[in-house]
Design a protein around this ligand. Structure first.
Ligand SMILES: C[S@@+](CC[C@H](N)C(=O)[O-])C[C@H]1O[C@@H](n2cnc3c(N)ncnc32)[C@H](O)[C@@H]1O
Length: 402
């Protein structure tokens, strides 16, 4: 045989016959249903996976006798056999051959007229591969293909946009380390024409993008003023309207004090498709970087995430049990500490201020609540930092806080 001829088929609404009701048939049928085929399964019984696919398939509940094969095959665009009975599979394959219909035999690849490749799908990209009839080799290659597509190294960016509408992906970039960005977020970046970034987040990843990807930094301008939210919304909407794939790369998680909700609503109001990719929030990960678990059995069973700008109601938080993880709290630290103590929090409660988590400049300053504002000021603590209030600050002390 020469090299096989690879081909992708549009099976929408086309009749595909699957003979057999076991797990192998189920794997095939799932793909066929996803491809929109009109699938007919002939089998005396269906395995559970196939039953789960009802009513997306038509079930002809009977055995197949070889003599009936020609009638069954009539009118099918494609046939799959997976009965486990070589005589039946052979009869169905022969009937298909006689009608010039492609038949994939699960029982004997070497006797089959067609094969289904192993595939890896990411959005509208499909990698199909065959590996000389060696399923374990094919699986290993599939895993390597998956890793490559997810790594961000695959050149996924569209070169021909056609009339595809633009879209916006709000990506939570995590606290700063490039390898704390999710695979989904990295993939969105690999597809982006425009990246709108912030001051925080994994800025190192920007150097890995194609040189012709436009990067707009809205975290600060020359005068150090951040771009107003309305203007950010406008940039996102206009770029997507012009057909571009836009990534809004944000620090941490987009929905944790990230104004992700506002950006989502602005895009939706403009009729732009939006996807949200969650991120590793600094509220939990920055304490972790300093060896502080935000909850710990026997120490704290809850954690409250607080916007430190809103220190006015901090007295109320004094009564909330568990751990407080306070973001944007550095400038108001004296008011926060005083308010918590005024609200009844023990002045001896341990506090840690973790600056620039997950970066080489990470630093942790600790003191009891009564002293933390003075100690932090003396140490010259600056934003960005997460302030952790609670016994968890000491929970792993024996293990050595970083
Ligand atoms: C506007 S909020 C955004 C939070 C973000 N959406 C998240 O989920 O982490 C910015 C604050 O997050 C905290 N923050 C973010 N990244 C940090 C980091 N690497 N180290 C310390 N604090 C960080 C600081 O409190 C900073 O002032």
């Amino acid at each position: 045989m020469q090299h096989p001829y690879p081909l992708h088929l549009d099976l929408t609404g086309r009749r595909v016959l699957v003979v057999g009701g076991g797990p192998v048939a189920a794997r095939r049928v799932r793909e066929l249903v996803a491809a929109g085929a009109a699938v007919e399964v002939v089998a005396p019984a269906l395995c559970e996976d196939l039953r789960d696919l009802l009513p997306s398939l038509t079930w002809l509940e009977h055995d197949v006798r070889p003599a009936e094969a020609p009638d069954l095959v009539a009118g099918a665009w494609l046939v799959h056999t997976a009965t486990g009975d070589p005589a039946v599979d052979a009869a169905v394959a022969a009937a298909a051959e006689a009608r010039a219909t492609w038949c994939v035999r699960a029982d004997a690849a070497e006797l089959s007229a067609a094969w289904t490749p192993v595939t890896v799908r990411r959005g509208d990209v499909t990698l199909s591969l065959t590996a000389g009839g060696d399923p374990r080799r094919a699986r290993a290659l599939k895993e390597a293909g998956s890793r490559w597509l997810d790594s961000g190294a695959a050149p996924l960016r569209r070169r021909r946009t056609g009339d595809r509408p633009g879209r916006v992906v709000l990506v939570g970039g995590g606290p700063g380390a490039v390898d704390l960005l999710t695979l989904r977020g990295r993939r969105a970046l690999a597809e982006a024409d425009l990246v709108v970034t912030d001051r925080l987040g994994p800025r190192g990843v920007l150097a890995e993008l194609d040189p012709d990807v436009e990067v707009v930094d809205v975290g600060k301008t020359a005068g150090n003023h951040p771009v107003p939210q309305d203007e950010i919304n406008r940039i996102l909407v206009e770029a997507a309207r012009s057909g571009r794939q836009v990534v809004r790369l944000k620090g941490g998680d987009p929905y944790v004090f990230g104004r992700g909700g506002e950006e989502l609503l602005a895009c939706r109001a403009a009729g732009i498709e939006v996807e949200v990719v969650p991120g590793v929030t600094s509220a939990f990960s920055v304490p972790a970087a300093a060896g502080i678990p935000v909850t710990h059995r026997g120490v704290s069973r809850s954690v409250t995430v607080v916007d430190g700008h809103e220190a006015t109601d901090v007295v109320r938080l004094a009564g909330v049990g568990g751990t407080l993880s306070i973001l944007m709290g550095v400038s108001m630290l004296p008011e926060i500490a005083a308010g918590l103590i005024a609200g009844g929090k023990d002045p001896a409660t341990p506090v840690a201020v973790v600056e620039k988590g997950w970066t080489p400049e990470q630093r942790t300053t600790t003191a009891p609540l009564a002293d933390i504002a003075r100690v932090a000021a003396e140490a010259g603590v600056r934003a960005p930092a997460v302030v952790v209030v609670g016994e968890v600050v000491e929970a792993l002390h024996e293990g050595g806080r970083a």
